[in-house]
Design a protein around this ligand. Structure first.
Ligand code: ADP
Ligand code: ASP
Ligand code: MG
Length: 412
């Protein structure tokens, strides 16, 4: 019997009624002859509430207890989904990460999946169970503690289960009917893509399109999982949604596939650091140890042996970055005159595998932003993407102007 993985995000299980609606879709796949693994998120808003409770109780919380609390939202939906299916006479039971067991590293709050032994669940399928409802986002560390996979991590649970069970497909049900050329909440003209290549989706996800967690796309690419993103609110049809697949399956292709934004970025500059071998390591080593996710890095031309070093990181990590730099200065590993934080910036990125063979995308992006009077503060590029930091107040304007200029509402 073929196995299908179906993942339902927070809005798709936000109420008992929505859980029933999701369960009906699962029931239809069971009737089509599939064994189904359902991965559920917490009801929408639940995880945020749990995170707030943890932070209020203990500002410098123990990450193991954070995971114990924050993982619990998914347990509720897993049980409710199993009960709903049973009410529909579909043989189902729930599984917490620990029961599977979904084995992870001990990186609490952002653990990585190491292995999913399939024996326990397979044995139940062999006994006649048709649906395994698994709490997403959670696993268990080598020390036997509960872990979570980072925000949005149920997507990654879903893809990992699809890979482990050799599933025919992994369907991600959410509140939009697929992957769009940009976030449809920001640009009404955003167009749904029928297909998108793994590599492009990976860039879009890591640059801010939160429709799929980055790690889930990485896993899908590595294990060639056919990943589909579709709406749990629309009528079902066979070709609904967006298929994330190999590049070779895509016939028509715009040079630019999509535009993403990261709203809460910060630009930090260390003024006047010694320009000597090892200086980058002396700065970015401690930042990484402090858990700061540095993205863009620019080093200025040096004058009289001193230079400015600029980098970007999420706004919420600014205090941590400052502390790490002050500690490095105190210990004598680095020396700088001042540290500046611009916490009012956003990152905009243009992504497309077509950029490999088409020149001029960067020039066009810069011209569009300049025509809108938007100043670019930092630029980085890779083979298939260009990212810029700009003032946050221009973020929506920039996304819309770029979407228009690259004519993303049309198919090439
Ligand atoms: P879920 O709770 O189902 O996991 P998420 O909120 O994590 O859903 O992800 C879905 C949201 O991602 C959409 O509501 C949409 O606003 C946002 N999003 C951002 N960029 C894109 C994009 N390029 N295509 C589709 N959705 C996007
Ligand atoms: N509930 C978790 C979160 O909100 C995991 C997920 O929904 O994917 O981040
Ligand atoms: Mg999500």
């Amino acid at each position: 019997m073929s196995t299908l993985v179906m993942k339902f995000g927070g809005t798709s299980v936000a109420t008992l009624d929505r859980i029933r609606r999701a369960a009906k879709r699962v029931g239809r796949e069971v009737a089509n002859g599939h064994d189904v693994i359902v991965i559920v998120s917490a009801m929408s808003g639940k995880t945020n509430e749990l995170v707030r409770w943890v932070e209020e109780t203990s500002p410098l919380f123990d990450a193991r207890e954070y995971d114990a609390v924050v993982s619990s939202g998914e347990n509720i939906t897993a049980g409710l989904m199993a009960l709903t299916l049973q009410e529909m006479a579909v043989p189902a039971r729930s599984w917490q990460g620990l029961q599977v067991p979904l084995l992870t590293t001990s990186g609490h709050g952002a653990a990585r999946i190491e292995e999913i032994p399939t024996a326990n669940i397979r044995a139940k399928f062999d006994e006649g169970m048709r649906v395994a409802v698994v709490a997403g986002f959670q696993g268990v560390s080598p020390e036997g503690r509960i872990t979570t996979l980072g925000r949005g991590g149920s997507d990654t649970s879903a893809v990992a289960f699809a890979a482990a069970f050799g599933a025919e497909r992994c369907d991600i049900y959410t509140d939009v009917d697929g992957v769009y050329t940009t976030d449809p909440r920001i640009e009404a003209k955003a167009r749904k893509l029928d297909k998108i290549a793994y590599e492009e989706m990976l860039e879009l996800a890591s640059l801010g399109a939160k429709v799929l967690q980055t790690r889930s796309v990485e896993l899908a690419m590595r294990y060639k999982v056919r990943l589909r993103v579709l709406s749990s609110f629309e009528e079902f049809s066979e070709n609904a949604g967006t298929l994330v697949c190999g590049e070779e399956e895509i016939m028509e292709q715009n040079v630019v596939a999509g535009i993403t934004y990261e709203r809460a970025e910060a630009k930090m500059t260390l003024i006047s650091v010694a320009d000597r071998p090892g200086i980058a390591a002396a700065i970015f080593g401690p930042l990484s140890e402090a858990g700061v996710n540095v993205d863009m890095i620019v080093q200025n031309i040096s004058e009289e042996g001193r230079t400015d070093m600029t980098f970007s990181c999420p706004v919420e990590q600014v205090a941590r970055a400052e502390r790490a730099m002050e500690a490095a200065k105190e210990s004598g590993d680095i020396n700088y005159h001042d540290i500046l934080a611009d916490t009012e910036v956003a990152k905009i990125s243009v992504v497309g595998i077509g950029m490999r063979s088409h020149a001029g995308v960067a020039a066009k992006m810069f011209k569009v932003l300049s025509d809108e009077g938007v100043n670019i503060k930092v630029i980085t590029t890779s083979e298939i993407k260009i990212s810029v930091l700009i003032d946050r107040k221009y973020m929506e304007l920039a996304v819309q102007a770029l979407h228009d200029a690259f004519e993303l509402e049309k198919v090439a």
